[in-house]
Design a protein around this ligand. Sequence first.
Ligand SMILES: [Zn+2]
Length: 248
Amino acid sequence: MLPAKINNGKSPIFTPNFFKPIAMTFCIAPSLLSADFARLGEEVKNVIAAGSDWIHFDVMDNHYVPNLTFGPMICSALKPHAKTAAGVAVPIDVHLMVQPVDALASAFADAGADLISFHPDATSHVHRSIQVIKSKGCKAGLAFNPGQPLDVLDWVIEDIDLIVIMSVNPGFGGQSFIDSALRKIEDVRRRITASGKNIRLEVDGGVKVDNIRQIADAGADTFVAGSAIFGKPDYKAVVDAMRASLAA
Ligand SMILES: [Zn+2]
């Protein structure tokens, strides 16, 4: 079998060490929701050059959330751009804010997604949707809105690779961080530790240079940032400032 066929052709860094990057515990995942849509490929390249670990891809369907963004064809078009200057693939982290889930999740897997997260209340069969994603060779994640309980994790935490805590209500970029998310992050961190599994804890919404450390202290290890990065002229300065804050 050719190496390219392993993992359904997913990125070569999609290995057992995927969740333990050498010399780096934290992941910064810029959200393209706040990028310039008229030049998305260039934005992906620039934000990777600035030191991003993942590319976060917010998919909205004007049904589960009151907004509409982009679909699998855009993901597919951006996939060749999701690599470093040295040619190392950068994971595409697809966050589905869509209902229903399974067909689009499958389409995004075919379009080059490396991780696919969905909201448990957007599917009738959470476990089945997870299996759809994993059967395509992708990592699977569950995303929780600010007002949603974590109960479903009691039954599926063994099956997932990523938990996304929404610290704003999904649908739009540029919102402020909702503080109750910190308690929820602490709760999720306890559950991950108890599971003994290597599960990423991602926070999505209102993450900035001046609150990223507090969010990390609550237990998060992966940070989606949209307007905080794309709203500034120098992406690298923001990513560097976030890493400095995390290292302090
Ligand atoms: Zn997101």
